[in-house]
Design a protein around this ligand. Sequence first.
Ligand SMILES: NC(=O)c1ccc[n+]([C@@H]2O[C@H](COP(=O)([O-])OP(=O)(O)OC[C@H]3O[C@@H](n4cnc5c(N)ncnc54)[C@H](OP(=O)(O)O)[C@@H]3O)[C@@H](O)[C@H]2O)c1
Length: 212
Amino acid sequence: MTTTIIGVGNLGGTVARHLVNGGEAVALTAKDESRAQALANELGPLARAASVADAIDAADTVVLAVWLDPLREVLAEHAQRLDGKVVLDPTNPIGFENGQMIRTLPEGVSSSSVVRALLPAGAHYVKALGSLGATQWADTANQEPRVVLFYATDDEDAPATAQRLIRAAGFEPMDVGGLAAVGRMEGPGGDLQGRVLDLDGARAALTTEVTT
Ligand SMILES: NC(=O)c1ccc[n+]([C@@H]2O[C@H](COP(=O)([O-])OP(=O)(O)OC[C@H]3O[C@@H](n4cnc5c(N)ncnc54)[C@H](OP(=O)(O)O)[C@@H]3O)[C@@H](O)[C@H]2O)c1
């Protein structure tokens, strides 16, 4: 089974590295294909680089590790290729203005809702891999006790894949409570975003009522 990662920047590159360390095969793609090729060369035989179209077609599972605006362009061209595939979406509605982090979507509109609207109905969508930052991934993977990565989905097939990949990457998967709760794991503002928690801590945080 191959997981395609679209985007090999801070997050996509980190996800690729951790999945390969966990024994998963990855196909890597970026705007500049030479960047995907350079990372594939570094990661060895479990990694290869390809064009976006070829990488999606070759995979069962696709990670969208691209900022929202370029992602809209990627999906305008390639969304139909994702029909029937498990799609992991780590995007957060974050941008930077004058060095300050800003929210790029209106309050109450999740990045997840924007991405889902651009996908074919047959895609098995799961919000995942974005509840911790790339630096937190590097610092906390394979820790004992395992650190939790949250995911959210209403799909029946997607959880098994999300759980397998999260475990391979060196984390413990935890369902945030379906897509109704997805805002809790998106930044900026989600109360579970960027929280380094073990299983007990994550269970306690999940049951804490969010009043905002
Ligand atoms: N960084 C984090 O800690 C973090 C944490 C959680 C979630 N996220 C989410 O992850 C996503 C990526 O963030 P990032 O920090 O990894 O960004 P980044 O470092 O800027 O990397 C973005 C990647 O997207 C690729 N890309 C851009 N346009 C593309 C296109 N048309 N086709 C294929 N690839 C394209 C870029 O290709 P090139 O390499 O060729 O430029 C680059 O590899 C964002 O949605 C962000 O919200 C990030």
